[in-house]
Design a protein around this ligand. Sequence first.
Ligand SMILES: [Zn+2]
Length: 204
Amino acid sequence: MNSTDKAAERTADNHSAIGKNMRKILKELGEDPSREGLRDTPGRYTSAMRFLTSGYKKTGRSVVGNALFTADSSDIVVIRDIELFSLCEHHLLPFYGKAHVAYIPSKKIIGLSKVPRIVDVFARRLQVQERLTAQIAEELKKILNPSGVAVIIEAFHLCMMMRGVEKQQSYTITSAMHGDFRDDPVCRQELMHLLGGLGNKGRH
Ligand SMILES: [Zn+2]
């Protein structure tokens, strides 16, 4: 995109419904939306919010494409420390941290780089951490039909930290376990071993 296109897009975003309303909000907060630093803020806000909620237009399947492969292995696959940024639906403030995803293949495996993209499909929506965790697990179940799937998310919530609701360094851990990870203590134990040393992974 050249700079003329960018300027045109910025102007369009400034005049979009989101942009117009953001200008009202700025006024309501006691600001002057026409001052230099804020003049283009409604437009920037519009494009930032469109990006941060772009997951609504995607599905796990649409980002995986044909990166599904046949395999005989039934050994646990773990992708840990996947960087995660999302927005809490209650305050529209960020929560961020790490996602750890594991599955036990049943004939199908997935290109490893696709797992973080599935995480983003659901993270780039307005979320609560519990639902985000469950949705990623459900989507992997649908795509891979694995013998087991586990998703663990560790995250810091700025809506709590910035508002002083909770201690600054406390983070929230959520998990969703299906299949053998839920039902078979040996599988679960192996997973915990592979994920050993979780904690403080959300901190940047
Ligand atoms: Zn919140």
